[in-house]
Design a protein. Structure first.
Length: 253
């Protein structure tokens, strides 16, 4: 079976590490190319876009892909939509690996907004110390609110820097422990966080730390995603593949 995994997430990497151990699979991991030095995986890696749904469909046909796994970020709505359209065009099976969102707990002070522009507005007019835990592509809207002091964390450096008079930059790659996140927030006197509801354990530390410190978390809502077959965990993907292999073996007998 030939599998194409649309990745960029921890789950995509973990899945590829598991799939690489199987001799009955040929696996390619596709990355958008936004991270300068992605972590190594033991499968073939393709970097860069496909040219929308039509380009992806053409690739699926040319590479004779049997299964497309969408393991992209929960906020990568455009890529997920292209995957659904391409799979239908190419008549290729599609499975989405979708990380469940975080759930609100007592003490959480979440301010849910529709998008990043609403997140900027939710900061208010009075100067605040803001921790932006977002991707580099999501930062530009905050240039409209230069009265705040920003701490900006990203995997790769933000180049060029934002047009903001008060901004500190931090490069780091998760996972981030709650204790470390709490220390970071306290050391920088942060009083509000802007973060996506990414789900998973790797970046949950800041959410737990915000709860402990009583900080607001401004959280853009997840975008709607295509209605396709989906699972929540890597183990579920592996179980489905095992079931498929058993079915093929049974038919062969």
């Amino acid at each position: 079976m030939r599998i194409l995994v649309l990745g960029g997430t921890l789950e995509a990497r973990q899945l590829c590490e598991q799939l690489a151990q199987r001799s009955d699979l040929t696996v390619t991991l596709s990355l958008a190319g936004r991270t300068a030095a992605p972590l190594a995986v033991p499968v073939e890696v393709r970097s860069g876009g496909f040219g929308g749904a039509a380009g992806l469909a053409a690739y699926l046909g040319a590479a004779r892909i049997d299964l497309l796994i969408d393991a992209t970020h929960p906020y990568a709505a455009i890529i997920s939509a292209s995957a659904a359209q391409a799979a239908e065009r190419a008549r290729v099976r599609l499975l989405a690996l979708r990380r469940p969102p975080w759930q609100r707990h007592p003490g959480d002070r979440w301010i849910e907004v529709a998008d990043l522009n609403e997140a900027v507005a939710a900061l208010g007019d009075a100067p605040r110390r803001v921790f932006l835990a977002l991707g580099r592509k999501d930062l530009t809207p905050f240039e409209a609110a230069p009265q705040h002091h920003y701490l900006i964390r990203s995997v790769d450096p933000v180049t060029p820097p934002l047009a903001l008079p008060q901004a500190d930059y931090l490069t780091a790659r998760g996972p981030f422990r709650e204790a470390d996140e709490r220390a970071l927030l306290e050391a920088n006197r942060i009083d509000v966080i802007v973060a996506k509801n990414s789900g998973g354990d790797s970046t949950y530390g800041k959410i737990a730390a915000a709860r402990t410190l009583g900080l607001d978390v401004i959280m853009p809502r997840r975008p709607p995603l295509p209605d396709v077959p989906s699972v929540a965990r890597v183990e579920e993907v592996l179980a489905l593949l095992d079931h498929h292999a058993d079915s093929v073996a049974t038919r062969g007998v």
